[in-house]
Every structure is written in C-alpha cells, then in structure tokens.
Design a binder for this molecule. Structure first.
Ligand code: SF4
Ligand code: SF4
Length: 171
C-alpha cells in the first residue's frame, strides 16, 4: 500500500482547488458568452457556443451508427433468423449471451435457438455479437438507450423480448 501523502496547511483548506475550479468554470462561461455574442452579430469564423439540451424533453438526433438495445431479426414467417451457430455467444467479451440450440423444423435450416438470453446488466455494448453474426440475426439499432430494472434478474432479456424490439427507423 502506498503511504499517504501529507497535505500542507493550504491544501488542507481546499481553497486553492476551489479557486482553480471557479476559474475554469468562469473561463467556460465567458468563452461561451463571447462565442454566442459574436455569432449573433453574424460572425461565422468563431465556434458555436455550448448549448444546454433540456433532456429528456429535448433530444439530439441519434447517429445511424449508434449501438443501442439489441433486437433479434425475424424471417418472413416470423421465425427468428438466428441459426444458433453460437458465434455471438463465443465472441462476446462479457460472456452475457446464453443460447440453447434446438433442431429447426425447416429441413433447409439445421438449428434455431430454443433459448436466447442477453444479460444486459453485463453487456458492454461493444457490438461484437452483431459483427460476428453470419445471418444478420442480431442488431443493435432499436434506438432504445434507456432501460432499467429493479433486479439483476430483470436485466436478462429473453428471446421473446429481443424479437419484439423494432428498429428505430420504423418507430
Ligand atoms: S454488445 Fe458486446 S458485450 Fe453486449 S452482448 Fe454483444 S458482444 Fe456481448
Ligand atoms: S444471433 Fe447470429 S451469431 Fe448469434 S447464434 Fe444466432 S446466427 Fe449465430
């Protein structure tokens, strides 16, 4: 264990750090005030000043590349596109995908998932599962960014929940 650093008298009052914080905040305030004023006067050469977005009433448009809550895609007959190859489960660095394969009734497709769970309490939203999927069966394009649960168990999303999610573009 590192020995504790002894603070000087001035440091123990925290006054220098509080003053530094106030100076930084004031600098941001005056730089933004200047930029907003100059742009209001028609100057386009200065950067736009920072603005406060009144979230959640006001929302910024989402980037099409944004990785949001997962969904499982479906075939035309409504069955999951997933062929239970386990590629996503294998590649997932957080080990939060759990798949149980079963035989597919369609003779042209070998397998399908009997169970497909994602523990979103452990997911790091890396998108590796989407990249690894050879069937385009899993996507992270729902645009859903706010989800919560009152227990760890409720953060586990089942196949039915994942199949029910819609792409953000259709909402
Ligand atoms: S986004 Fe990453 S961590 Fe989350 S389920 Fe997919 S592979 Fe795992
Ligand atoms: S979602 Fe894709 S990668 Fe994962 S098991 Fe299904 S087909 Fe394989």
């Amino acid at each position: 264990m590192q020995p504790r650093v002894k603070l000087g008298l001035l440091q123990r009052t925290y006054i220098p750090e509080v003053l530094i914080g106030l100076i930084i905040t004031a600098r941001h305030f005056f730089v933004n005030l200047r930029n907003h004023t100059l742009r209001l006067m028609g100057s386009r050469s200065v950067q736009p000043g920072a603005v406060t977005i009144q979230y959640p009433e006001e929302r910024r448009p989402l980037s099409p590349r944004l990785r949001s809550l997962h969904r499982l895609t479906k075939r035309e007959d409504g069955a999951p596109r997933c062929v239970a190859c386990l590629m996503c489960e294998t590649v997932c660095p957080a080990r939060c995908i759990y798949i149980v394969p079963k035989e597919n009734p369609d003779p042209h497709i070998e397998k399908m998932p009997a169970r497909f769970d994602i523990d979103l309490g452990r997911c790091v939203f890396c998108g590796f599962c989407v990249e690894a999927c050879p069937e385009d069966a899993i996507r992270m394009d729902t645009g859903i960014l706010q989800f919560s649960a009152s227990s760890r168990k409720d953060m586990i999303y089942t196949m039915d929940q994942l199949l029910a999610h819609k792409p953000a573009s259709s909402q």
